[in-house]
Design a protein around this ligand. Structure first.
Ligand code: DAH
Length: 345
């Protein structure tokens, strides 16, 4: 019997040694140590042994059982460890591989131009004002000295919602709205925003575009203040060497009115294709606020004066960045927009 036990132990140890999976190992455990296994059988057969052989044999069976249990446990741990190792190797990450690139966007060129202009004017003590895009005929035209039937209305054909309501054709109505709200107080504002005109879209026209309006009202505001302010604007947007010149013009809401040119940033004034060989580029309209406009908004035109200007944001961006077609700003082509990435400041 002892012989038989030794043999069983050897067999079991060999099978444990050979097992390559936890399942196989469990099969061995069940086969040798299970209720129906040979060792249990041996224990059951001990009744037939003599009284002095029985405890000896019992101790032997127990030793074999404990030994097999220990070896099984150790092997099971080894197999588990090997399985984890194998999984780790399979799933290992090569941290030296390049990562997935995150695409970071950048500000739209028009936003950049507007923010630059805002920064300049805020640094000069201006506030930023806003007004509605769907505007009353009164603010868009009448309060700006353009009564119904005035021929200068034809310069800005618009999208009418009704007789009295339209999409604003310029940001100038914010002048009238601000004056009304400030009730005779001094004013220093700029107002960037969308405007709309019934124009046919082409390389230089768009039915929707952006303007930045400026308005200053106070005691003794003079044309020289306007000129100095616009000179600072031209230098900020196109370089410290730029100069401006004022040419007489007409706007119903200013008197006198001017068109403002900046010396060409490409040729420095010598004449090139950007400035059409003139050395100057037109950038905006401006003037001294018309007395009628002041009076209609409740300001005493004998006591206070003011200047105003209107800048086309697209025009500034096209000149500054050398963009040849206004439609590039609106079509959201990433090939165009991403060109403004690196110089982001
Ligand atoms: N509102 C004018 C336009 O859209 C631009 C303009 C000219 C605005 C002179 C002004 C100004 O404030 O004084 O054509």
């Amino acid at each position: 019997m002892e012989q038989q036990l030794k043999q069983l132990e050897q067999e079991a140890l060999a099978r444990i040694e050979a097992a390559v999976s936890l399942k196989e190992l469990n099969d061995v455990r069940v086969a040798y140590l299970g209720k129906k296994g040979p060792i249990t059988d041996l224990l059951k057969g001990m009744g037939k042994l003599s009284a002095e052989e029985r405890p000896k044999m019992g101790a032997l069976v127990n030793t074999v059982r404990e030994n097999l249990t220990d070896v099984l446990t150790a092997k099971s741990a080894a197999l588990e460890e090997a399985a984890i190792q194998e999984q780790l190797e399979k799933e290992s990450i090569d941290v030296t591989l390049p990562g997935a690139k995150v695409q970071i966007g950048n500000r739209h060129p028009l936003t950049r131009v507007i923010e630059e202009i805002e920064d300049l004017f805020v640094s000069m003590g201006y506030e930023i004002a806003e007004g509605p895009e769907v505007e009353k005929d009164y603010y868009n035209f009448e309060a700006l000295n353009l009564p119904k039937g005035h021929p200068a209305r034809d310069m800005q054909d618009s999208f009418y919602i009704s007789e009295e309501i339209l999409l604003r054709t310029h940001t100038s109505p914010v002048q009238a709205r601000t004056m009304e709200a400030k009730k005779g107080e001094p004013i220093r504002i700029i107002c960037p925003g969308k405007v709309f005109r019934r124009d046919t879209d082409d390389a230089t026209h768009s039915h929707q575009f952006m303007q930045i309006e400026g308005l200053v009202i106070g005691d003794n505001i003079r044309m020289s203040d306007l000129k100095g302010t616009l000179d600072a604007l031209a230098k900020k947007m196109f370089g410290a060497e730029r100069e401006i010149r004022l040419r007489p013009s007409f706007f119903p809401f200013t008197e006198p009115s001017v068109e403002v040119d900046v010396s060409c940033h490409k040729c420095g004034g010598a004449g090139c294709n950007v400035c059409k060989k003139t050395g100057w580029i037109e950038i905006l309209g401006a003037g001294m606020v018309h007395p009628n406009v002041l009076e209609m908004a409740g300001y005493d035109s004998k006591k206070v004066s003011g200047f105003a200007f209107g800048i086309g944001a697209e025009r500034i961006a096209m000149l500054k960045y050398g963009v040849d077609d206004i439609r590039h700003f609106y079509t959201n082509d990433v090939r165009f927009l991403s060109q403004f990435h690196r110089s982001e400041g």
